[in-house]
Design a protein around this ligand. Sequence first.
Ligand code: ADP
Ligand code: MG
Ligand code: ZN
Length: 603
Amino acid sequence: MSKNRNENKEKNKKNDKKIWLLVALTIILVVLIAMLGVFLVQNKQQEEKNVLAYTDLIKELSYGNIEKIEMKTGSTTVKVKMKNVEEEKTTIVPNTESFIELVQTKVAEGNEIELIQKSRSVVSQIPSMIITFLPTLIMVALFIMIFKIQGLGEKGKIYDDTERKTKIKFDDVAGLDEEKAEMIEIVEFLKKPEKFTKMGARIPKGVLLYGKPGTGKTLIAKAIAGEADVPFISMSGSEFIEMFAGLGASRVRKLFEKARKLAPCIVFIDEIDAIGSRRTSNSGAETENNQTLNQLLVEMDGFSSEETIIVLAATNRPEMLDKALLRPGRFDRQITIPTPDLKGRLEILKIHSKDKRLSDDVNLENIAEDTAGLTGAELENILNEAAIIATKNKHEDIENSDVEEAVKKVTVGLEKRTRVMSQKDKKLTAYHEAGHAVVSRYLPTQTNVKEVSIIPRGIAGGYTMYKSDEDKYYISKTEMQEKLIALLGGRAAEKLVLDDISTGASNDIEVATKIARDMVTKYGMSDTLGPIDFQGKEPYEMQMFGENIGDKIGEEVKTLIDIAYRDAISLLQEHRDKLDMIAQALLEKEKINEEDFKKFFEN
Ligand code: ADP
Ligand code: MG
Ligand code: ZN
């Protein structure tokens, strides 16, 4: 979890840098142009004072008022010195040749005019040229700089990944045995492409990895490259979305140019949903997005299967992807990377505890049992937290208590003993948590209460922790109904004992509502509506099921919740003695463990 967050932070930092650079460059540009403008305007104003209009010059010439005329070859600006006037004036003459003729006739007529013709000096030419072209030069330089910076980031990224081939092997990926077995074929192909092409075998060009963040998608992609000993070129989908139109597409093009040079190789596109989400409207960012996606499709269609480039892509939002990506010859193979099961969690814990000093009392099996639903990244995080907690506690090695604390920290949030609770809040929390626990105890599928506590953790005022039993692939309707009752047990206890309800149940209610909605719209568990998937349907698709289908779904969800709440209340009424006992014990000890909890129900 924290690792992902760090990655994001780093990415943000990088983007921030880029944006700041652009802002800085823009400011410099604006200042330069402004300075130049002021300079030119001032110059012009000064000149204007000393300007003599051409018609006036002709007049003065015929009056005989002109003393000296100085002109440069190739320039239409001439300097004029009039009699009785101190400063020289400048005049722009429309045609120098005819002007010279005019002056010469005046001289011939007997006027004393000194006519000086200078060849233009090279030195004086340059500044004026620079001034004329400076804005253009600055603009060009800026654009070159901007594109260099962008290009650099991109190049640096590709080189980073290719120069050192990844050393990660399948052995570094715990669990996922079936998934690895599927990948072996790809490894073989990257190693000996001839063997496959000779047989006429069609090897997938693209493999899509679906899975929650932290389940090891990047890890397994790297492991494929590592096993095949080929370069690993990676990019994240979000990096393709650029502020300049067309840049995303050109980055895709460059990425594949690079891949062709390095083939056989692996191209890994992380967060592909950022570019590959459904092409819908054509407004702004989406058009850019579409161009990038189109380019990716062109590239994938472009290389032949002999080119031994395999494109792996990862996403945790498969439903977002444009269907075009999934056509044959593109990402026609999809592999789901699940959250690890008990065995997988144990293996992951083993791999990541190798370099940590664990005391003998640490039982990785127990930790694996307590961490159902957690990803590989979260398990790794638990072991890191355990090491930190052990250090704080000045333990020689990481002890079991340190690991248990770390599990709680990662799963529930940091224990906050410092937060003081008023006596009234404490009572409310005690009854709320006791409500969850007691109700659970009488529900066959929810009996595994592991710890009840009113010590605030994270945003929760208290918590009831359940021991996860064996990993389940299916959850029955009964179990879901009982889960609803257990979730509403907290609110029910508040209502029953204090005849008032609090905001403390908001998370329970949120979870319960989601479960009830899933039961109706996803798992087809409503008797009246039947086994239909109502999720993610467009309004016109929903109309298929009747005019007021939305209302009916709402009614069904409400019925499930109402029944569960009613059941929770009646269970607590029936076992009011236990509820009071446990709430009292919580007020005294703040925490009840599994063993002590069970004792309340013996006899
Ligand atoms: P994803 O790409 O799916 O978000 P990552 O591959 O980035 O996940 O996993 C993050 C970290 O979690 C890995 O670097 C690794 O340390 C750990 N991890 C995740 N899954 C596994 C696994 N199956 N075996 C070993 N470590 C894992
Ligand atoms: Mg990843
Ligand atoms: Zn609760």
